[in-house]
Design a protein around this ligand. Structure first.
Ligand SMILES: NC(=O)c1ccc[n+]([C@@H]2O[C@H](COP(=O)([O-])OP(=O)(O)OC[C@H]3O[C@@H](n4cnc5c(N)ncnc54)[C@H](OP(=O)(O)O)[C@@H]3O)[C@@H](O)[C@H]2O)c1
Length: 283
């Protein structure tokens, strides 16, 4: 059976976090399908370098340097981009930061920052484009969450809730947008070889490092390809690897098994470093 692809020629696609990693590769593949792409990120020089890179490949690109956690600025930027390149037909909300660390060692600011950028940054972008998509009766909104939104993981107590919040948002949006002909999707990548992945290694507690061995590191191109396929097939849950898909399908069932094996790995790291702890509350 020949599968049909969405015709993206001339469509305006906005990618937050489009200057690097998964966002940049997604923008490249959208542009390769003929979309006009708009990239949003904070750092101007990386943004311009990304845009030049895409333009060399023949893409039509515009950029805005904005922090997605600044709602008014993000709304204005999306409005200006739409004025220049037409209404947004595809939004990929990919801007995000991940800061691992032990719960007791992370600062309050980190918990807030994850929510402000990963969740509210996604929410604001969605709210800026969804009304127009409903009015036109078409479009795709895609939020890049994480496999940590399928099962919580040691060392991600700040990042995981923000990505779960994105999941809750997208599950609600899926149901609300479907009757209007608008496609909503969520992406659940496992570890992917990007600058963020490299940067977060320095903060990973030893226990988290011990859990990471089992899964193959994905490339941002693979994740981007899964996103494009998800848009073509109007999939809700986009799992860029079979392991993420298995976690999604079996999360409820496999959770206790995964937790059992992860708890053992964590206990091994602990027993090497700390005296055993007693299972009681009284001193
Ligand atoms: N890499 C992984 O292993 C992995 C796994 C699962 C999920 N994810 C998710 O995938 C998404 C992309 O991550 P990546 O790994 O591709 O990281 P990346 O290469 O570091 O790219 C992150 C992008 O987001 C932008 N960004 C970050 N904070 C921003 C803010 N406040 N406002 C606007 N733009 C902002 C960055 O540019 P500026 O810093 O210049 O703003 C950059 O363009 C994130 O949501 C991440 O949580 C990644």
């Amino acid at each position: 059976m020949v599968r049909r692809s969405v015709d993206l020629r001339g469509a305006h696609a906005i990618v937050t976090g489009g200057s690097s990693g998964i966002g940049l590769e997604t923008a490249r593949q959208l542009a390769g399908r003929g979309a006009t792409v708009s990239l949003i990120a904070r750092g101007e020089s990386r943004l311009e370098a990304a845009a030049d890179d895409l333009r060399h490949g023949g893409a039509t690109v515009q950029t805005r340097a904005v922090d997605v956690s600044e709602a008014d600025a993000l709304r204005s930027a999306i409005g200006e981009l739409a004025d220049a390149a037409g209404p947004c037909e595809v939004l990929v909300a990919c801007a995000g930061v991940a800061r691992p660390g032990r719960f007791t060692e992370l600062s309050d600011e980190v918990f807030r920052e994850m929510m402000e950028i990963d969740y509210f940054g996604t929410l604001t972008a969605m709210r800026a484009v969804v009304p127009g998509m409903i009015a036109r009766g078409r479009g795709s909104v895609v939020a890049v969450s994480s496999a940590v939104a399928l099962i919580g993981l040691f060392g991600y107590s700040a990042y995981t809730p923000a990505k779960y919040a994105v999941r809750g948002l997208m599950e609600s949006l899926r149901a609300e947008l479907k009757p209007h002909g608008v496609h909503a999707a969520i992406v659940y990548p496992l570890d992917t070889d990007t600058p963020q992945y490299v940067e977060e290694q320095q903060y990973k507690p030893a226990e988290l490092q011990a859990l990471n061995g089992g899964f193959r590191l994905l490339s941002p191109q693979e994740v981007a390809k899964a996103i494009l396929t998800g848009i073509d097939r109007r999939r809700f849950a986009i799992c860029p690897s079979p392991a993420a898909n298995a976690m999604r399908v079996f999360a409820g069932l496999a959770g206790p098994v995964l937790n059992f094996s992860w708890d053992r790995a964590i206990a091994k790291v602990h027993s090497a470093n700390t005296p055993p702890q007693k299972d009681r509350y009284l001193p």
